[in-house]
Write a protein that binds this ligand. Structure first.
Ligand code: PLP
Length: 385
């Protein structure tokens, strides 16, 4: 039996085992330990941030970041509908609702022109200086773009919108390790950015996340919130906190992964270019490729079926690839179509609705080898031509 070429699996051939052994040998398996501190330093440096707060997951990191930014019960947070459900869930964990907006076709990220137009059309400024949604009466509490696939959208525009309407700018940067904008790391682009180190990410801790940025005070508040808001040395707590701290075991894996970050990000970009070059002839069949911004992290790679194709066709193609022992998968279903968020305010969704059913993610692990890549390409060509 031949092995399946997997979609995106962890690459654990560095120091992961050695550092995990060290955790066991020293008994530092919980949230106090040298690897957590080391991992935070590495992530801060890699993202151009003044600090990083390691968390138990990306979702918990976003929840803590939104809470630190002041998002409260009954408020609205602007996010793209085309994202992983965790972006919306983190908003709901604050008791707030997502205000779902469409993406731009160029980078699959929240469309800044649309965000401005929607705010202008639907919001009014009240005497407290804050903006409120006219129909739902909810205060707009934050703006949270997502760096889809590791693509960084025009953050100058988002910064301007955030400044104009006095909104905290938080980014779901779950998939974006290694991504740059105008040649700069992304740590300073938003008030807070949140990474995920889930198993399918470019860098993994098994599970985990990190909140990064350049506002030390805000990051200190995030750290405080993620560690139960305890005021040491006694059992004093000054607000409702969370137990969201990363463990030393997770961080041990993370440190070993970060040691090879540049290699991993480079490989992700190579894989993306390989598919785009070798499958170029499929363009005449209406196939296109995942967008990549300048400096984009290229977390996932794959193809987009011709306009008008639907999910059943995408699944059919994945099924055919499976017969060749190739794992391929459809991608995110927009949040406005998901049961818990059907009643949330949202913009027109022309791009998201036209796009989401046509996406096929192809194998793109950082340890994928040339013969495997070649097999994916030849199989696809065989199926489609
Ligand atoms: C865009 C996006 N946001 C948030 C998350 C949530 O991260 P985690 O699984 O670490 O909670 C993920 C990935 O899992 C993601 O892809």
């Amino acid at each position: 039996m031949t092995d399946m070429i997997p979609l995106a699996v962890p690459n654990l051939t560095g120091n992961e085992k050695k550092y995990l052994d060290h955790c066991i040998d020293t008994t530092f398996v919980s949230s106090v330990g040298e690897y957590v501190t080391m991992f935070e330093k590495m992530v801060a440096e890699a993202t151009g941030s003044v600090d990083a707060v390691a968390t138990s997951a990306g979702t918990t990191g976003i929840h803590a970041a939104l809470t630190a930014a002041g998002v409260k019960q009954g408020e609205l947070v602007i996010i793209p509908s085309f994202t992983f459900i965790a972006s919306a869930n983190a908003v709901r964990h604050c008791g707030a609702d997502p205000w779902l907006m469409d993406i731009s076709e160029d980078d699959w990220c929240l469309d800044p022109d649309l965000v401005r137009a929607e705010i202008e059309k639907n919001c009014e400024k009240k005497s407290d200086g804050k903006i409120y949604h006219r129909d739902t009466k909810q205060r707009i509490a934050a703006l949270m773009p997502v760096y889809t696939l590791g693509n960084i959208p025009d953050m100058d525009q988002f910064r301007q919108i955030a400044d104009d309407y006095e909104l905290p700018l938080i980014v779901d940067a779950a998939c974006a390790i290694g991504a740059t904008f105008k040649g700069q790391n992304f740590g300073s682009l938003a008030d807070l950015s949140v990474l995920s180190f889930n198993g399918n990410k470019t860098i993994t801790c098994g599970g985990g996340g990190a909140v990064v940025g350049c506002n030390k005070e805000l990051l200190d508040h995030v750290r405080h919130l993620t560690t139960t808001a305890r005021v040491w040395p006694d059992y004093d707590f000054d607000e409702v906190g969370f137990n969201y701290r990363m463990t030393n075991i997770q961080a041990a894996v993370g440190v070993a992964q970060m040691e090879r970050m540049e290699l991993f990000v480079k490989k992700k970009r190579v894989v993306r270019s390989f598919y785009e070059e070798k499958l170029d002839l499929l363009r005449e069949k209406g196939i296109s490729f995942f967008p990549a911004t300048d400096g984009g992290g290229c977390w996932f790679s794959g193809i987009v079926l011709p306009e008008g194709s639907d999910l059943s066709q995408a699944k059919e193609l994945c099924g055919k690839l499976k017969e060749y022992d190739i794992e391929a998968r459809a991608f995110w279903k927009p949040v406005h179509l998901q049961t818990p968020y059907k009643n949330c305010p949202h913009s027109e969704m022309e791009v998201s609705e036209k796009l989401w059913q046509r996406i096929i993610v192809l194998p793109c692990s950082t340890n994928i080898v040339d013969v495997e890549l070649e097999k994916v390409v030849q199989s696809l060509i065989g199926i489609m031509i």
